[in-house]
Design a protein around this ligand. Structure first.
Ligand SMILES: O=c1ccn([C@@H]2O[C@H](COP(=O)(O)OP(=O)(O)O[C@H]3O[C@H](CO)[C@@H](O)[C@H](O)[C@H]3O)[C@@H](O)[C@H]2O)c(=O)[nH]1
Ligand SMILES: [Mn+2]
Length: 533
């Protein structure tokens, strides 16, 4: 028997490993020195304690927290690897295991049906034996519009799938394929048969779009009293269509497509996406019961048709399959602008705060240089790093702050689990601002307030520091304060710009700025009270 070649190879990135570990070593020494300095304060003679204990504790607490975060982040820096797969070495199609694809949607208004159906179609069009592929959509909205959309998607897929297979189309999400087409102009290189076929399929796609829109209009008029998002009976429907309109393929060459809307009643907790996935497990257990499951959100699509086969290169490897739970593909975002201000690319960032001066400066520079090194070596630019800094600060004072608050409240039983699906409807004005690299501050006051307060406090700290240095001297002592607040201010210039300069609708509303000035004054007053003790 011929010796079987490996399905995948894992390479350790040697040079990155060395850089990461040396950096981790130096950085941890500096952190330990800082912690030692902070802790030694408590053993000092009370007479030499010039800084109030409360302040010391607060700063120490946040430094410990940041150090802990830093430590956790070392996990994926310790042994960076890259993996290569060889799908061509997989067993023959008839020996491949079945895959159940689970897609969840919750609300046809926030998650436009056309987008959800594009996800469904891209999953059906995966390069995998169709008789081994089963696509399930869970509709928590229980909406007839979505069900009708599924029937239309099925009809269109009968044209789309053979088109993709014949011409080896890489982008299997039709919406993405046709919109990318508009930007490119390479038709002169292509044969006329393909161009004609593509035109035909584009026509079918336009028709499909129209049908989905029509279903939406009908849904609006339909009787809302029978069922709502929160209150509806279960529906399971295997989508099929026996109409004889010129078929693209035989039914046999299409993956099975199933619509599932679980029963929801206001009196019963439905457990959000997790609850929906549980129901899909039960339904698929009866219909197909495949050994492997691919989970997608309704706003994702498979951007590489071979991804199912790629995943199988890990799952079918006898060396690791016994201990392998899941394969995770990196999320790629489409429509990212060049200067991606919201840092959608998802690289992680970190930093450590304020003046045992040498140690601080070392930690500050060490984390900045490490981050710059990582950004540049992963193909980013200085601009990317700058955006990451800003978004890290923004997330720290908003998302992480509220997340922590939420976790604490939940711990004390003062809050129940809640989930509001993200709005996936395209907002043209918002997209325009984003493409121009301008922040859109049209969001809740709760989100803006900590951010704007953070900026105002740093502004106060910067101005206060400068004037104290001028009036009373002592530039050396105040250098840390002045430098750090200046750094925060320039990184967050877009917020200052949104507060003061901009006049468009995406600016920071003046009422929010005013509110934050008041909050900042309260903070400063509290600070001075603490300083008095
Ligand atoms: O009651 C619900 C609520 C949500 N969803 C679906 O869950 C998915 C994620 O919801 P979304 O509003 O897009 O949340 P995000 O914050 O964008 O999602 C991120 O965070 C979620 C919670 O951690 C993860 O499940 C997602 O994969 C991840 O993309 C969507 O397909 C929803 O349709 C349901 O099926 N039922
Ligand atoms: Mn999402």
């Amino acid at each position: 028997m011929e010796k079987s070649l490996p399905l995948h190879i894992c390479h350790v990135q040697k040079s990155t490993t060395i850089i990461n570990r040396s950096h981790a070593f130096l950085h941890s020494i500096a952190l330990l020195a800082l912690i030692y300095y902070r802790a030694s304060y408590f053993f000092r003679d009370t007479k030499t304690k010039d800084i109030p204990i409360l302040l010391w504790l607060m700063v120490f607490g946040s430094e410990l927290l940041l150090s802990f975060q830093w430590l956790l982040n070392q996990a994926y820096r310790w042994r960076p690897v890259s993996r290569t797969v060889f799908p061509e070495r997989l067993p023959e199609d008839k020996e491949l295991p079945g895959i159940d694809v689970f897609i969840c949607t919750a609300d046809p208004n926030k998650e436009p049906t056309l987008g959800v159906m594009n996800t469904v179609i891209s999953a059906m069009a995966l390069d995998y034996p169709p008789e081994k592929l089963y696509v399930y959509l869970s509709d928590d909205g229980g909406s007839p519009v979505t069900l009708q959309g599924m029937r239309e998607a099925w009809r269109f897929a009968r044209w789309w799938l053979p088109f993709c297979r014949t011409y080896g189309i890489k982008t299997r999400c039709p919406g993405a394929y046709f919109s990318a087409l508009e930007d490119e102009n390479y038709d002169s290189y292509l044969d006329t048969k393909f161009i004609a076929e593509r035109l035909k399929i584009k026509g079918k796609y336009e028709l499909f779009k129209e049908q989905v829109m029509k279903a939406r209009e009908m849904g609006r008029i339909g009787d809302k009293s029978i069922s709502t998002c929160q209150d509806h009976p279960p529906v399971v429907e295997v989508i099929h269509d026996n109409s004889t309109d010129a078929l693209g393929v035989d039914q046999a060459e299409m993956p099975l497509l199933v619509y599932v809307s679980r029963e929801k009643r206001p009196s019963h907790a439905h457990h959000f996406k997790a609850g929906a996935l549980n129901v899909l497990l039960r339904v698929s257990g009866i219909i197909s019961n495949s050994s492997y499951i691919l989970v997608l959100d309704c706003d994702m699509y498979c951007n590489d048709p071979s991804s199912a086969r790629q995943a199988m290169c890990f799952h079918l490897d006898p060396k690791i399959s016994a201990t392998l739970a899941f394969v995770q593909f990196p999320k790629k975002f489409h429509n990212l602008s060049k200067n991606d201000i919201y840092d959608g690319r998802l690289r992680s960032a970190f930093a450590v705060s304020t003046s045992w001066f040498m140690i601080y400066s070392f930690l500050f520079l060490s984390s900045i240089f490490k981050q710059v090194e990582e950004v540049l070596s992963t193909g980013g630019s200085i601009q990317t790093w700058w955006n990451e800094q800003r978004i890290w600060m923004i997330k720290s004072v908003t998302a992480y702050f509220y997340g922590t608050l939420d976790a604490i409240l939940k711990l004390f039983g003062m809050r129940e689990a809640r989930f509001i699906p993200t709005n996936k409807v395209d907002d043209d004005e918002q997209i325009k601002l984003y493409q121009r690299g301008t922040f859109d501050f049209r969001t809740s006051t709760a989100l803006l307030a900590p951010l704007v307060t953070f900026v105002i406090l740093n502004l106060a700290s910067f101005i206060g520091g400068i004037s104290r240095a001028i009036i009373a001297g002592g530039m050396e002592e105040l250098f840390g304060q002045i430098f750090l607040s200046f750094f925060f201010l320039i990184v967050n210039y877009p917020i200052i710009n949104g507060m003061i300069v901009r006049k468009d609708r995406g600016r920071v509303p003046p009422s929010v700025t005013l509110l934050c000035v008041v909050i900042s004054m309260i903070f400063l007053a509290l600070g001075s009270i603490v300083l008095m003790f």
